[in-house]
Design a protein around this ligand. Sequence first.
Ligand code: ATP
Ligand code: MG
Length: 555
Amino acid sequence: MNSENKDESPTNFIRNIINDDLRTGKHNSIVTRFPPEPNGYLHIGHAKSICLNFGTANYYDGFCNLRFDDTNPAKEDIEYVKSIKEDILWLGFDWDGKIKFSSNYFDIFYKSAEELISKGLAYVCFLSIEKTRSYRGTLKSPGKNSPYRKTSPEENLILFHKMKAGEFKEGECVLRAKIDMSSNFMCMRDPTLYRIRFDTHHQTNDDWCIYPMYDFAHCIGDAIEGVTHSICTLEFQDNRRIYNWILENLDEFNLPSRPHQYEFSRLNLEFTTTSKRNLKLLVDNNHVSGWDDPRMPTISGLRRRGYTPASIIKFSEAIGVSKVNSLTDVSILESAIRDDLNSIAPRSMAVINPIKLIIENYPADKMESIKAPNHPQNEKMGTREIFFSREIYIDREDFLEVSPNNKYKRLALNKEVRLRNSYVVKATRFDNDKDGNFKTIYCTYDSETLGKNPSDGRKVKGVIHFVEASSALEAEFRIYDRLFSESNPSKFDDFSLILNPDSLKIKYGFVESNLSAAKIERVYQFEREGYYCLDNQLKDKLIFNKTVGLKDTYK
Ligand code: ATP
Ligand code: MG
């Protein structure tokens, strides 16, 4: 990354720490890591962490590793490994060297555990779950020592080897660090280091039946990889003490250059959940169509919805990096994508609630071809061919029998409007269906107004969009709203009670014929309607997902 780019991304407290570490010579180069657990798809919160970890490494010409934190075989799956890799690459980041897995280091973790046991700093504990909990004490009262704390290192080594050999049942015992049962930090009251699990692991199959806990594996993984700054979210603030305790007690890793952990506040987004557990529940309970449902805050959902990598990176920069937990306004995300699309999305016309408009003074056998600009401010984006004939579709919402006031800029009887990219028309009459709804509107057109104003000086203020009827392509429009009706879903235990019933509305209408060549994931601005993206699941019809409206209408 060159120095011009460097000045663009905003600075943050992590950079201040790194600047100090480089200045004092504590580190000469910077290594970060992004450590997802492959137990779900990545979401917008992970994107913040990706931008921070990869972005920081890029900024200092350092390295960022991708390390799958795969120490819990029960919840993990290779499907998630695959999707996580895809999402990171799609965002435009790439990891240094080979992909790492915590499971690559299972032998080293095991030897490190033996070292702690030999030093009298870890023991095998057979207390039941209930006993362990009551021995732990509370925030106000100290804990009580486990009787197994007294077991000798020699005996503990034998027990730990038996754990590994599968001689104990799941839950029968665990390996614990011997730290301090009266510590003010609950996490320091002899935390578990290893537990027994007989599940098959997606990387190591059935080689192991004991798996290290996050707190034990993470710091050692960081040290093995030479990570200098291990950046995680604030929930792990107290756990920093275990991180340090473990590395300080292992001979190979207790070095001046050893990694340190720094915490930042996680992203919480309004009307959204960024808990993988809750996102998985939404999928498993069929509240959404899958992890990539365009209403999901997952990277794959946002991508299918039409979000660009640039907009997600812009958003991550806009919200900044701090140590204060807050709820981020979702309009910041929406304006990031709107700004990006405004400059890059080709314009097109789509009629979402179609009604026929018949131009009675236009020749019945004529079909006109018109060149329409793809972007009003950017000639380089070229033009497209649209058609005009006697019968076209306009949106039902653009016609009223009587113009309600002078400010009304759409079509009404005896009122003129311009058809976008085309002629000025005046409505003359209409038909109703048997329920009394408008069925067909009739009008006349002024043949002298293609690309110019009426020559007699008549002012035509309104512009509406249209699609020529015989060439129009049928399309399905999926119009999304917030998945939750509450701005802070984390306050509710049962998410099914706060789902927004109108989070998806489906409409059937028409688009310009040139959209037969539309590419999946390409976003168009349907003029006057919003930004729409061609869905990635190709069916025999065109399906467009609404990315975002043209304006912030929510507030
Ligand atoms: P879970 O919900 O299963 O606890 P997690 O949020 O911890 O998962 P991981 O896969 O362990 O997910 O996260 C990988 C990295 O992404 C971690 O460093 C974590 O701190 C970061 N991360 C996760 N969620 C957010 C968030 N909402 N905002 C910022 N960073 C996040
Ligand atoms: Mg985690």
